[in-house]
Design a binder for this molecule. Structure first.
Ligand SMILES: Nc1ncnc2c1ncn2[C@@H]1O[C@H](COP(=O)(O)OP(=O)(O)OP(=O)(O)O)[C@@H](O)[C@H]1O
Length: 640
C-alpha cells in the first residue's frame, strides 16, 4: 500500500488534509483593497492622525486555488496587514472587496470558517507530546459525525505528512519552563499540522520560517507545497527566502511601502523586473536581489529616497497593466458569480460535552506532568501550617488564648484566600496565550474550557488546603471535636474555591497577567480589612458597608470563629480576672467564661450561621466562575 506521503506527492487519493473530500480549490480575490488606521497622536486641529498602511489602487488580484503565494516586502511594507485583512481578522477601508471563488465575501467570519491562520509565535502546551497536540486538534475540530478512530487515523496521517512521526512522542517543550522538547523546525511543523488537520481550504501563515535555519525553513515550505497539492490555497508572508525556497513558490506578491509592485507567477518575476531595468544577475537568489536592489537600495546614495523608488516601481507595475502574467482579477473580468459560497456548519464540529471531556483530560495531563506547581502549592500550605503551629502551639483555654485564637483564625482565612488567588493567576497566566490561540483557531468554546479548567483544579484546591488545615487544627489545639474539625475543613476548602474563582476573574479580565498581579492586592486588601477581624461590624463606615458582604474572608472568618468559640470553655488564670464595680461593690470577674460570651460581646454575627457562611462562599464561587466566563469571552472577542 502506498504511503500517505507518496499519495500526496503523486497527488492521488482523497483529500485528507486541507480541502476535504471532493472540494475544489478555493480562489481568493481582492479588489480595490486599502487600509488605514487612526494613530494616537493628533493634528494641530485636534483630530486623530491617520496612517495609510495599504494604499488604494494596487491591491487587485487573485490568489489562485491550490497555489502557494509568498507575500514579500521590506519590514513595515504592509505584509502582515494584508494577510490579516484577507484572513478576515482586520476590517479594511470602505470600498475594499474580497471574493471567494468570485462571490463577494458576506462577512469576516465566513473566511474564518473556511480558513486557518498560523501566527508567527506558536503557543502550544509544553507538556503535551506532538502526537497528543495533533490528535487533540483532530478530535476537537473534525466533524462530530466522524468516529474517534477515524479522527485519530487522520491525525496519524497528518503526522506522517508533516514528517513528525519520529518525534511524535516527544514533548512540545518550553525552554523557559525547562521542559525539553522538539526542535524549532519540528515545533513550527506541529503548529501548522494541528491547524491543517482541520481541513482548512485556505491557509494563512505569518512568517512561518522566522528564526529557522535555511534547511529547516525549506522543510517547512515544502510541507506547505504538499498541502497545495491537496487543494489548499496557501498564502504566506516571508522574509528573504533562500533560492531553493523561492523555487517552491507558485506566485509572488511584492509589497513596497503599502503598494503592490508585483503580483504574479514567482518564476516570471525575474523577467518582469529585468524588463523595467532591474536585471537580476545570473546565479543570484531572486529574493535577495528584490530585497537589496529593487525594493531597497543596498548601497544607497545620500539622495536615495524610498518613496520615489516606491513611486517608480508602482507606476511601472500600473503602466504595464500589472505586467506579464499578472494575477488578473477574476471578478474584474466579468468573473463575478451569482449566489454565495458554501460555509461548513459550526454544528459539524465536536460538541460542547466532547470538548469538555477532551480539555479536562488535557488539563489533567498538564497538571500531573508538570508537578512542580502542585508541589510548590503543597509545600507552601505545609510550610504555612508549620509556621502557624510553632507560633501558636496548643493554645489552651486561658483568656490570653482568645487573642491567639483570633490571630490563627484570621491568618488561616487570609492565607486561604491569597494563596488560591495567586495560585490561579500564576498557572492560568502561563497557559492563557495558548488558550487564546486555540480559541482563534476555533478548536473549542470558552464554556467547556473554563469548566474543564475548574474541574481539573478542584481536587488540588481540596487536598492542598485540607492538608494544611489538618496540621494546624490539631497542633494549635482547637476543640477536639470531630464535627468541629470537619466544619473547619469544609470552610477552608470552600474559601479556597471562592479565592480560586476570584483569581479566575482577575486572570480573565486583564490582557496582561502582570497587570492582574498588580491589581490583585488592591482587591484582596479591602476584602481582608472588612473581614471582621480588624473592624467591628458597627464601626464600618456606611459608604464601605457593602464591602463585607462581598468578602469571602468575612464569611470564612465568621464561620471559623462561630465554629471554634461555640461551646468552648474558657478559664481565667490568677492574673486574668478584672475588677468590676456592681451596685457600689467591687468584684473580680472572669471576662469570658466561655467562647459563646466572646462571640456575643464582639458582635460576631449571630445571624451568619456556619451553614449560611458556607452557602455564601459556594454562591460566590459560582458567581465568580460565571463572571470569569463573561470576562474570558470579552477577552477573546477583543483579541480577535
Ligand atoms: N494598528 C496599527 N496602528 C498603527 N500603525 C500600524 C498598525 N498596524 C500596522 N501599522 C504600521 O503599518 C506598517 C505595516 O505594518 P505590517 O505589520 O503590516 O508590516 P510588515 O510588512 O508585516 O512588517 P514586518 O515584516 O516588519 O512584520 C508598519 O509601519 C506598522 O507600524
Amino acid at each position: 500500500m502506498a504511503s500517505v506521503i507518496e499519495y500526496v506527492e503523486r497527488g492521488e487519493g482523497t483529500a485528507f488534509v486541507g480541502g476535504g473530500e471532493d472540494t475544489k480549490p478555493l480562489t481568493l480575490s481582492m479588489a480595490e483593497l486599502s487600509y488605514e488606521v487612526e494613530l494616537r497622536s493628533k493634528t494641530e486641529m485636534g483630530e486623530r492622525k491617520r496612517k495609510q498602511i495599504l494604499k488604494p489602487g494596487t491591491f487587485n488580484g487573485d490568489f489562485q486555488g491550490g497555489k502557494l503565494t509568498a507575500i514579500m516586502g521590506p519590514s513595515g511594507a504592509g505584509k502582515t496587514s494584508l494577510l490579516n485583512i484577507l484572513a478576515g481578522r482586520v476590517t479594511p477601508a470602505k470600498g475594499s472587496k474580497i471574493y471567494l471563488d468570485g462571490r463577494p465575501l458576506q462577512q469576516n467570519s465566513d473566511i474564518q470558517s473556511l480558513s486557518a491562520y498560523v501566527q508567527q509565535d506558536d503557543c502550544m502546551l509544553a507538556t503535551q507530546t506532538v502526537r497528543e497536540t495533533v490528535e487533540m486538534a483532530a478530535l476537537l475540530r473534525l466533524p462530530s459525525g466522524m468516529s474517534r478512530s477515524e479522527k485519530l487515523s487522520r491525525a496519524n496521517e497528518t503526522l506522517e505528512l508533516f514528517g513528525l512521526t519520529k518525534c511524535a512522542d516527544t514533548y512540545i517543550g518550553d525552554p523557559s519552563s525547562k521542559v525539553i522538547g522538539v526542535s524549532g523546525g519540528e515545533r513550527k511543523r506541529v503548529s501548522i499540522a494541528m491547524i491543517s488537520v482541520a481541513q482548512p481550504q485556505i491557509l494563512f501563515l505569518d512568517e512561518p520560517t522566522s528564526g529557522l535555519d535555511s534547511f529547516i525553513a525549506f522543510s517547512v515550505i515544502k510541507v506547505l507545497k504538499k498541502l497545495c497539492g491537496r487543494g489548499v490555497t496557501v498564502l504566506t508572508t516571508i522574509h528573504q527566502p533562500s533560492s531553493d525556497i523561492f523555487q517552491l513558490f507558485d506566485d509572488l506578491l511584492l509589497v513596497q511601502s503599502g503598494s503592490v509592485v508585483y503580483h504574479g507567477p514567482a518564476d516570471a518575476s525575474v523577467s518582469y523586473f529585468g524588463s523595467i531595468g532591474f536585471q537580476c544577475p545570473p546565479l543570484s537568489n531572486p529574493a535577495d536581489y528584490f530585497f537589496m536592489h529593487v525594493l531597497t537600495e543596498l548601497e544607497a546614495a545620500p539622495s536615495y529616497d524610498q518613496d520615489s523608488r516606491e513611486r517608480e516601481l508602482r507606476s511601472a507595475w500600473e503602466s504595464r497593466g500589472g505586467g506579464e502574467g499578472q494575477r488578473t482579477l477574476l471578478v474584474g473580468k466579468g468573473g463575478e458569480e451569482e449566489g454565495t459560497y458554501e460555509i461548513p456548519q459550526e454544528t459539524t464540529r465536536s460538541t460542547m460535552i466532547e470538548q469538555f471531556k477532551l480539555l479536562l483530560r488535557r488539563s489533567w495531563g498538564e497538571a500531573t506532568r508538570n508537578p512542580m506547581r502542585v508541589r510548590a502549592q503543597m509545600v507552601q500550605s505545609v510550610a504555612f501550617a508549620f509556621i502557624i503551629s510553632t507560633i501558636w502551639w496548643q493554645l489552651g483555654s486561658s483568656q490570653n488564648s482568645i487573642q491567639d485564637r483570633n490571630g490563627v483564625l484570621f491568618f488561616m482565612s487570609a492565607n486561604g484566600m491569597m494563596s488560591s488567588i495567586m495560585g490561579v493567576l500564576s498557572t492560568f497566566g502561563n497557559e492563557r496565550s495558548s488558550f487564546i490561540r486555540d480559541y482563534e483557531n476555533q478548536l473549542y468554546k470558552v464554556g467547556p474550557y473554563l469548566l474543564a479548567k475548574v474541574a481539573c483544579e478542584a481536587p488540588f484546591y481540596f487536598f492542598i488546603p485540607l492538608t494544611g488545615v489538618t496540621i494546624m487544627y490539631f497542633s494549635v489545639g482547637f476543640q477536639n471535636v470531630g464535627s468541629k474539625y470537619l466544619n473547619t475543613a469544609v470552610i477552608m476548602v470552600t474559601l479556597n474555591y471562592a479565592g480560586m474563582s476570584m483569581g479566575l476573574i482577575l486572570a480573565s479580565l486583564f490582557a496582561d497577567i502582570a497587570v492582574a498581579l498588580l491589581v490583585a492586592p488592591l482587591i484582596i486588601m479591602p476584602l481582608m480589612m472588612f473581614s471582621g477581624f480588624f473592624l467591628n461590624a458597627d464601626s464600618t463606615p456606611v459608604y464601605y458597608s457593602w464591602i463585607p458582604w462581598i468578602s469571602p474572608m468575612k464569611y470564612a472568618f465568621s464561620a471559623l470563629a462561630t465554629n471554634e468559640y461555640g461551646g468552648l470553655e474558657l478559664s481565667c488564670g490568677p492574673d486574668e480576672y478584672i475588677v468590676v464595680t456592681i451596685d457600689g461593690a467591687s468584684r473580680s470577674v472572669c471576662p469570658f467564661e466561655s467562647g459563646d460570651v466572646f462571640l456575643e460581646t464582639f458582635n460576631i454575627e449571630s445571624y451568619l450561621t456556619i451553614g449560611t457562611c458556607q452557602v455564601c462562599l459556594m454562591g460566590m464561587t459560582g458567581l465568580c466562575i460565571f463572571t470569569s466566563f463573561l470576562a474570558l469571552r470579552r477577552l477573546v472577542r477583543k483579541g480577535k
